[in-house]
Design a protein around this ligand. Structure first.
Ligand code: HEC
Length: 95
């Protein structure tokens, strides 16, 4: 799969992500969908690998969940998604 857009798109969840997260695949998948529907309203996908795990858990994701008006279950799903996504390799930028 390839994309023509310059922006790094949120990576879709794959089965191998069970090795990256204690969350279930359905929960990670929910996090992906919520991310696409809510987070993308304000800014493009920001690679979570550029942020520390402790900052994401303690600071960034609580703030972004409030901005997105997520309920507790959706916040937990997006947090699990983001923490798993930050462990996968980032595609090279397209030239
Ligand atoms: C209402 C608009 C809005 C929504 C919705 C939103 N963001 Fe943001 N986001 C911002 C703004 C503005 C900033 C930069 C300033 C700040 O940190 O508040 C930002 C910054 C960030 C950063 C960088 C933080 C940093 O310290 O540099 C990340 C990562 C991020 N957002 C992820 C998300 C995720 C994941 C979601 C969905 C849960 C989300 N955002 C939803 C507006 C939004």
């Amino acid at each position: 799969m390839s994309s023509c857009g310059p922006a790094y798109q949120a990576p879709p969840v794959e089965k191998r992500w069970t090795a990256l997260s204690k969350a279930s695949i359905p929960q990670l998948q929910r996090g992906y969908v919520v991310h696409q529907e809510k987070c993308a309203k304000c800014h493009p996908y920001l690679n979570p690998a550029n942020y520390g795990e402790a900052d994401l858990i303690g600071d960034i994701m609580p703030a972004m969940s409030r901005k997105s008006k997520l309920d507790a279950a959706d916040s937990a799903a997006v947090l699990a998604y983001v923490l798993a996504a930050r462990k996968i390799p980032v595609p090279e930028p397209q030239r």
